[in-house]
Design a protein around this ligand. Sequence first.
Ligand SMILES: CC(=O)N[C@H]1[C@@H](OP(=O)(O)OP(=O)(O)OC[C@H]2O[C@@H](n3ccc(=O)[nH]c3=O)[C@H](O)[C@@H]2O)O[C@H](CO)[C@@H](O)[C@@H]1O
Ligand SMILES: C=C(OP(=O)(O)O)C(=O)O
Length: 420
Amino acid sequence: MDRIRIRGGRPLEGRIRISGAKNAALPLLAAGLLTNERLVLSNVPALADIATMASLLRTLGVAVEPIGNDGRTLSIGGRITSSEAPYDIVRKMRASVLVLGPLLARTGLARVSLPGGCAIGTRPIDLHLKGLEQLGAEINLEGGYVTATAPRGLKGATIIFPFVSVGATENLLMAATLAEGTTVLVNAAREPEIGDLAACLTAMGARIEGVGTDRLTIHGVARLGGATHRIIPDRIETGTYACAAAITGGSVLLEDARLEHLGAVVRTLREAGVEVTEVEGGLAVRRLNGLHGADAMTEPYPGFPTDMQAQFMALMSVAEGASMVTETIFENRFMHVPELARMGARIVVHGASAIVRGVPALSGAPVMATDLRASVSLVIAGLAARGETVVHRVYHLDRGYERIEEKLAACGAVIERIPG
Ligand SMILES: CC(=O)N[C@H]1[C@@H](OP(=O)(O)OP(=O)(O)OC[C@H]2O[C@@H](n3ccc(=O)[nH]c3=O)[C@H](O)[C@@H]2O)O[C@H](CO)[C@@H](O)[C@@H]1O
Ligand SMILES: C=C(OP(=O)(O)O)C(=O)O
């Protein structure tokens, strides 16, 4: 298995192009199932998760092909020939469950392996299933698979989510576009990735009101057509490189990054002493003087994203003073804490909160992580640490960060991938 080796202590200086958002691209690929016509997606990031979703769509009979020369544009289209998302693909990537709504709406049948828990929590899909039942589907669980049937099609309904779920909002939004009548999603997630999905669905002919709010109204249509859509830049990749620049005392231009998707992250970084400025073509990030401790609590959008919690904690581990980082979305998202501690960080976890007492410097160490954002938090820590850090289980990073070592090395980091 590949590893990443970092020699810390070099300030990041330069430009990093932000890729298209993984968490927008995954549901957008699944949306390709809603039509036989061609959906063309540009600014698709080259990531392991995207390859997994593409192979799932091909298993369902749909063609996914690169077009043009930029390596970032995919064409999705063709007739669905299978309604089954097999265990072997779903176990690799939980977001496979996003094919459930579109498959059911299109064919009246979906058989999807039930995703298990993962390193960050148990992550059930009960809200997805209850919502589909409210749209008239019959749901059965057997042999580890969810079978959803709606032979006479789905019917619009009002679905009130008891709490915010990004995936359930996406699955039901997609299913509702082809349901008969009107569906209202109350307490819907408002993440920018949902706005991006709604924009693409609208371009495909869907009728959606309330985009950007927590109440989405979808007037079902008989069919959707093809469209061309550019995926939004990845706000989590942006925040990650902002933390990397800040921890090294550097200054980077994050090309294509959008301030409007990063409100809570930018506010918190500014409080910690990081300058973030909107400039033409992106965001400029620079550490002013010292870093100060600042608190963060994860919340659904527009709150501080759980997908930025580990990276921010790495940054706070070298800030002056203490900070409190509270995780409210996932029950087990502090797996990076013992690894950061191996690098000299002083962090104590009390329930859902971690108290971070900043230290003057971290020291490099061999480290390992069990999920994507935990892994990248160790890369961030390694960039600032004295000596050498080797991050194991790089496949987690490859799920969500395109060419991370190249992007960082281009800004002066001493970082390399050791094939293994
Ligand atoms: C591919 C993708 O976009 N992944 C993102 C998505 O994951 P995902 O869509 O899985 O996250 P959700 O917003 O659904 O999960 C939020 C919370 O609700 C719980 N829950 C969710 C659904 C359900 O049916 N029942 C239930 O109990 C989850 O276990 C979790 O505790 O949003 C998360 C929260 O911003 C991000 O961390 C992930 O990066
Ligand atoms: C948790 C994440 O992704 P997923 O929902 O695909 O596991 C993430 O992107 O940090």
